[in-house]
Unconditional design. Sequence first.
Length: 334
Amino acid sequence: MDTANEESEPRHRVAVLVRDGLLPIELGIVHRLFGRAKAADGRLLYEVVTCAVRPGRVRSDADFDIVVDAGPEVLATADTVIVPAAHGSDTAVEGRISRELSAALDLIRPGTRIASICTGAFVLAAAGLLDGRRATTHWDACERFRRLFPRVRLEPDILYTEDHTGEAPILTSAGVAAGIDLCLHLVRRDFGAAVANSVARRTVVPPHREGGQAQYVERPVPGDGERSTGRARAWALDRLGQPVTLRQLADLEAMSVRTFTRRFRAETGLSPQRWLVQQRLERARQLLEESDLPVDRVAEQAGFGTAASLRQHLHRALGVSPSAYRRTFRRAPA
């Protein structure tokens, strides 16, 4: 190992703050995904440290506990802080946190990126960190979250949020698997699409999932007479650079617009219009990452028509301009 190189390029430090009732899978997600991110020369890009308000034994929601050596002082050294969910005695889901936990969160340096997985968003909201910001949490807890934290801009139908309205970004994710989506998104933001895609391949998960968590909400199984909208989605994906209307999509499935919209939302968790914008954004991101096309040509090929329209949609979704996105994600891994 090149010690000098390691010292000159310190790894991005991720601190995971766990509490009694932790879900082992969520802790494992963070360690697995960030721990697999490597530069082209094989160097690890992240250092992941688990900490607790009180070092020692931390109870899980399984039939085993874990022992955490690090205390909350780790939070003061982190570049990113992640707060997973906890079950059982966790009071955050009741809208409050302990003084100890509040004091631990106060140790986080200004400008540090903060993220939550699943109902970990309750901790951030109870600490006041999400006031006026976009956030999400597990669909089954959304009603309680909205009732307890009316000042938070809850978005219950998406897999994760990223809010840049404060001095540092705060991200939240839905249920357990959405933590994977969130972590891959962070890797992609930090070190580019190639690194994130490599992590996804090695973990055997998709680098990006379409749709939102609304598709996972419990609902009756569709009747035998109800058709899928899959053919229309495939047709639209082949024509992202062309105008696509709701009427065209409905006609492809021989449905009325109303029936098609209802079935589409049931299958994807999104309206057809929102799904189409999401797919066009993904196409634009791919072109910005992998091609030298001018931004106006990227906008045309992705179906946004103009660079101004692409800029508006990309900024709304990710908080960056097309040129800034390209500079970030086309750079060579550190």
